[in-house]
Write a protein that binds this ligand. Structure first.
Ligand SMILES: *Cc1c(COP(=O)(O)O)cnc(C)c1O
Length: 441
């Protein structure tokens, strides 16, 4: 199936459009862009996607991202033409998204106080570079290939750089990564080195690193692969696609994500909005975003300041005021969950749209709640990192608060695999921790 696609500004007052082969992540007035498709895909494709799981020799059917290629066909190719796919679509031989889907986890359900039949957790850490980032990086790398780009650039709390480095190595292009020095998990840093990326140390936090990388992209003509890139968002839509497919396209009551730069939240909102508009799902699940207590900008803005999407005209003054206050007080994001240690979430506006669409909510959890949840995920035979623990910790809190009912159907996204091996060791060596099993001799 072939379709036509374009880029459109998300701001209701602006609405500028650009051709798909545009490298900029902003419209000329500085607003973010969406990829829009002109044709509604037919829901008979549900059968096609299912058949592709028995993929034969096609890496594009095997890929958990490209299996859904009709729904993200920004490359505007004939998706049944194997040569066109091979020429155009980047893939790590079908590995991206291949192993992630929702799983039942009994111990996790017990922990959260839910009916075990209703709780699913989806380990996106089982992607080739160990996090959900591969879902969106493979599509951003595809767009970079369409533009003939020779260098990609990103700022990273770790997993973005691992994923970008991996796909850049696979494509034989350069990759520069801006990293807040000393603040990323050793397992992530070592991946970026191993994939041959150029590390650039930034004296500051992730927000400073993002600013530096965007400046470098602007002056050096490199291609930005942070989640403000709308093609990242397209690939990450396959996370809810896979969840929904495994649920027979019956929408769950809730989808729950940790909130960092909010690319995931944004992509989930866009996916649900499109599926609903096309009639593929009959209801829109509620999205819950879980912030760390010490990095809670979205929660502060949404719950504290009452910031809303407001039909595409959010009150930008509220955000500027908040950031000015954070700066004046010298308030920096503070959590050991480095993947969500972000003070200025770059995708906040698109995330507000997702919350509006889905009647969503935002809450915060503490570091110790995340560590407990991370450890409980382990007791089910799955592994995840501390930031991913936010999903399960958040579900537990929302059940406790009566927002999620114990009999609801909930999909929590476990965003990444454990890459800081010191954390579980430290957790279990301290008998004071709720799920610790201390060593003995
Ligand atoms: C990047 C990342 C996040 C944050 O995701 P956003 O889309 O930026 O909100 C959470 N967990 C892990 C493991 C990550 O790598």
């Amino acid at each position: 199936m072939q379709t036509s696609a374009r880029l459109k500004c998300i701001d209701a007052r602006c609405g500028l459009e650009y051709p798909i082969k545009t490298a900029s992540v902003h419209c000329k007035n500085g607003h973010f862009l969406d990829v829009l498709y002109d044709d509604a895909p037919d829901d008979s494709l549900k059968e096609t996607f299912l058949h592709r799981r028995d993929h034969g020799s096609s890496i594009f059917d095997e890929s958990g991202v490209w299996r859904f290629r009709e729904l993200i066909n920004f490359a505007q190719i004939d998706t049944e033409d194997a040569d066109a796919c091979a020429r155009t679509l980047v893939s790590l031989d079908g590995a991206e998204g291949r192993q992630s889907r929702p799983y039942h986890m009994r111990r996790a359900a017990e922990f959260a106080g839910m009916n075990p039949e209703g709780l699913f957790l989806q380990p996106e850490g089982y992607n080739p570079s160990g996090s959900f980032k591969d879902n969106g990086m493979v599509t951003a790398a595809t767009h970079a290939r369409m533009l003939g780009v020779t260098k990609i650039v990103c700022a990273s709390t770790g997993n973005t750089s691992a994923s970008a480095g991996m796909f850049a190595a696979n494509e034989g292009i350069e990759c520069d990564v801006y990293i807040p020095e000393g603040m990323i998990a050793p397992g992530k840093l070592s991946q970026a080195y191993q994939f041959g990326a150029q590390i650039i140390h930034v004296d500051g936090n992730f927000d400073d690193a993002l600013k530096r990388s965007l400046d470098a992209a602007k002056t050096g003509g490199a291609y930005t692969v942070n989640s403000i890139n709308p093609f990242r968002i397209e690939g990450q839509k396959t996370i809810p696609f896979r969840a929904l497919e495994y649920l027979g396209w019956e929408a769950p009551d809730w989808i729950v994500y940790p909130g960092g730069a909010l690319g995931n939240t944004s992509s989930c909102g866009k996916a649900l909005s499109e599926l609903y508009e096309w009639g593929w799902i009959k209801k829109i699940p509620r999205i819950a975003v879980i912030n760390a207590e010490g990095a809670s900008t979205l929660s502060d803005m949404y719950n504290g300041a009452g910031l809303r999407w407001n039909a595409g005209r959010p009150d930008m003054g509220l955000i500027e005021e908040h950031y000015a206050k954070m700066d004046a007080e010298g308030r920096l994001p503070d959590t050991r969950a480095t993947a969500i240690k972000i003070g200025r979430p770059a995708n906040m506006i698109k995330a507000l749209r997702a919350l509006e669409l889905s009647n969503g909510c935002v809450i915060t959890v503490s570091d110790s709640e995340m560590l407990d949840a991370m450890s409980v995920v382990g007791l089910n035979g799955f592994d995840c990192e501390m930031a991913s623990g936010a999903s399960l910790a958040g579900i537990k809190k929302l059940v406790g608060d009566g927002v999620i009912s114990p009999d609801d159907t909930v999909v929590g996204i476990l965003t990444g695999r454990q890459k800081d091996p010191t954390l579980p060791v430290e957790y279990h060596e301290n008998p004071a921790n709720a799920f610790a099993r201390p060593p003995r001799s």
